[in-house]
Ligand binder design. Structure first.
Ligand code: UDP
Length: 371
């Protein structure tokens, strides 16, 4: 039986790989192991490891990679250390990582340094902040690439990756959107939300703009307050600078028009997003889930620069006046974003696992020059 390890460090990657994990968990030929770390293990960020446990997975290995100050470089080194011990004990056949955070980077480094196959999901995307560099670094270390579309595939080829190591499986979280069954009534009562109309707020640190981050998040809050609407604010991730954003949120804690949550359960989040008047901030879901669900989006600042779909949302600088104007003039999009193609990602992923396609890829990578 082949042992497959998934590493997850946040609600954001867990929601994207959950359906793939479930496939592996149910299969007879494979044994699933989950290395849960990062924000999942922090009570300040909602201790979301509980969401993983609620799914009924058998082998969850919990590892705390942060100290009081959540320094990204120190968390990276702690994860390398912890994950290295874990895989030397387990000796897995495949490590699966997702996205652009330090936890997948750590796991990818450990896997490649120990000649254990690493598959990376959603490489070849482009965004702003340090995420972009981390994502591309993971791609250069990973042996197998499970990408969203042809555009991502082309970028990886441009980065010297071999074409036969790249498999298009689509974006796994979009697949879940199509089958979400949580009603709005249930989501609202679960989180004690009494607003008839509301918007979602998700604003993360831009690690390369720390000097202006507090000002940006204060401007955002000023605009939201002035708009007079109701908002559900979701905490930022734990990237460097997150405290500045939390300080701005403290200004509206307990305010009639604001409710603040560390994190919402994925399916509940999706229902609340679908029924929101709009979503504002710099989360990737403004350009993915929100577009698919036809929820208007306002993208604030530079964090998603370069990511596809910007033409379908409002993009504004993190200035109070611009944000307020965007809120006041927002209109519902006419139709769903045609470019977001939904593939049966978990099925495609599992097909490659079963065929053994992934296991034929060599650990020795060869840089492919463009002709
Ligand atoms: N998400 C969730 N609950 C939340 C907030 C986010 O399940 O309370 C999921 C959702 O799928 C969303 C994803 O996490 O698309 C990414 O959100 P986030 O803004 O945290 O991260 P980003 O992808 O922008 O780094």
């Amino acid at each position: 039986m082949k042992k497959i390890v998934f590493i997850t460090g946040t609600r954001a990657d867990f929601s994207k790989i959950k359906s793939l994990m479930l496939k592996v968990e149910k299969a007879n030929d494979f044994e699933l192991f989950i290395f849960a770390t990062g924000m999942h293990m922090s009570k300040n960020f909602g201790l979301t490891v509980r969401e993983i446990e609620k799914c009924g997975f058998k082998n969850i290995f919990k590892f705390i990679n942060h100290d009081k100050y959540f320094q990204m470089d120190k968390a990276l080194s702690a994860t390398i250390d912890g994950f290295s011990r874990f895989i030397h004990e387990l000796e897995p056949d495949l490590i699966v990582v997702h996205g652009d955070r330090i936890e997948p980077l750590a796991a990818c480094m450990v896997g490649s340094l120990n000649n254990i196959l690493v598959a990376h999901i959603e490489g070849g995307e482009i965004s702003g902040t340090i995420d972009d560099s981390i994502r591309h670094a993971i791609s250069k270390l990973a042996h197998i690439h499970l990408v969203n579309d042809q555009i991502a595939k082309k970028r990886l080829i441009q980065m010297g990756e071999a074409e036969n190591s790249i498999f298009i499986i689509g974006s796994p979280d979009l697949e879940i959107l199509a089958h979400n069954e949580i009603s709005l009534e249930l989501a609202k009562s679960y989180y004690d939300i009494s607003y008839e109309n509301y918007a979602l707020v998700m604003f993360h640190p831009v690690t390369t703009e720390l000097h202006s981050l507090k000002e940006q998040s204060d401007n955002l809050i000023d605009a939201l307050k002035e708009s007079g609407r109701n908002y559900l604010i979701i905490y930022p991730n734990n990237d460097i600078g997150f405290e500045f954003i939390l300080q701005s949120y403290e200004r509206v804690r307990g305010h009639n028009h604001f409710k603040i949550f560390p994190s919402l359960r994925f399916e509940y989040f999706i229902t609340l997003l679908k029924n929101a008047d709009f979503i504002i901030g710099n989360s990737s879901c403004i350009l993915k889930e929100a577009l698919y669900l036809n929820t208007p989006g306002i993208l604030v600042g530079s964090r998603q620069n370069g990511r596809m779909g910007q033409e379908s949302v409002k993009c504004v600088e993190a200035k109070t006046e611009s944000i307020l104007k965007a809120i006041d003039t927002l209109q519902k999009p006419n139709k769903k974003n045609e470019k977001l193609e939904i593939l049966n990602s978990s099925k495609l992923f599992f097909k490659h696992l079963q065929n053994g396609d992934f296991f034929k890829i060599k650990q020795q990578k060869i840089f492919k020059d463009l002709r």
